[in-house]
Design a protein around this ligand. Structure first.
Ligand code: UDP
Length: 245
């Protein structure tokens, strides 16, 4: 699979459909791995944390979540098929899993949220088997691993603990977790549960979903300040070359 290196993160150059095809192949083959969906904020974090960067680059799929990554690719003159938001990937994957009666475990978010998400997703994708749920505020990782083991594992686990916690969890427990493919999906369970609304379609189409989220949750401003910093480094890299690693 072709990759595009953006400030040291090797994104897979795939469409949403190709990403889901690839994930399904991997699940059917029983090949263990994990999916990451870096946005500019996460790429910026990897510049300060090389352990995190290596974890991101070892993923089976590195999907460009957000328009900021696509702009960066354009500025750097690297082709990327388009954004593949984690939540869209999750929806498309669940649709395909439901056709084959596959098992999904939901890990993350505040107590009660994953259960509510499970109820909603079960209605939306009747063929999908929700193997179990566990909130994301466990005291030690072993507790979460035991919860997955207790239900006999799953084909896929949505690991929604926020970055970099979810990526470190997926990579750190890859062998131990009885799950074929883990997907790090940030706040997706909140959206599936209906506790957080996704932006209206018009914002998504105009690539202004980030702006909608900022208006709804102004406390995100600190995190979002990393976006202009990320773009500045991209422009600097384009103009002066330098450390793309
Ligand atoms: N979260 C969690 N455990 C933690 C910290 C966070 O389960 O220790 C959850 C949090 O409740 C939220 C998600 O992780 O559901 C992170 O959401 P955020 O909006 O930060 O992620 P994004 O979609 O922006 O990557």
């Amino acid at each position: 699979m072709k990759t595009a290196n953006i400030l040291g993160v090797s994104f897979h150059n795939v469409t949403l459909k190709e990403a889901v095809d690839c994930a399904m192949e991997q699940i059917r083959a029983g090949k263990k791995g994990y999916v990451v969906t870096p946005n500019p904020e996460i790429v910026y974090e990897t510049l300060q944390d090389t352990v995190f960067r290596d974890i991101v680059n070892r993923a089976s799929l590195v999907l460009p979540d957000g328009i900021g990554v696509i702009y960066a690719a354009r500025i750097l003159g690297i082709p990327l098929a388009g954004k593949v938001p984690g939540i869209d990937f999750a929806d498309a994957l669940m649709y395909r899993m439901s056709q084959e009666g596959m098992r999904l475990f939901l890990l993350g978010a505040k107590p009660g949220v994953a259960q509510q998400a499970a109820e909603n997703l079960q209605k939306k994708y009747p063929g999908l088997v929700i193997a179990g749920t566990q909130d994301g505020y466990f005291q030690d990782d072993q507790q979460a691993i035991e919860a997955v083991k207790a239900v006999g594992g799953a084909d896929v686990m949505f690991t929604c603990l926020g970055a970099p916690k979810q990526e470190k969890f997926m990579a750190g427990h890859l062998d131990e977790l009885p799950v074929t493919l883990s997907c790090g999906l940030g706040g997706s369970l909140d959206v599936f549960a209906g506790t957080v609304q996704r932006a209206p379609e018009i914002f998504i189409r105009l690539n202004l979903e980030w702006f909608y989220r900022l208006c709804k949750q102004p406390s995100r401003i600190g995190r979002m300040m990393k976006l202009p910093l990320f773009l500045l480094i991209v422009i600097k890299t384009r103009l002066f070359g330098g450390n793309k690693k």
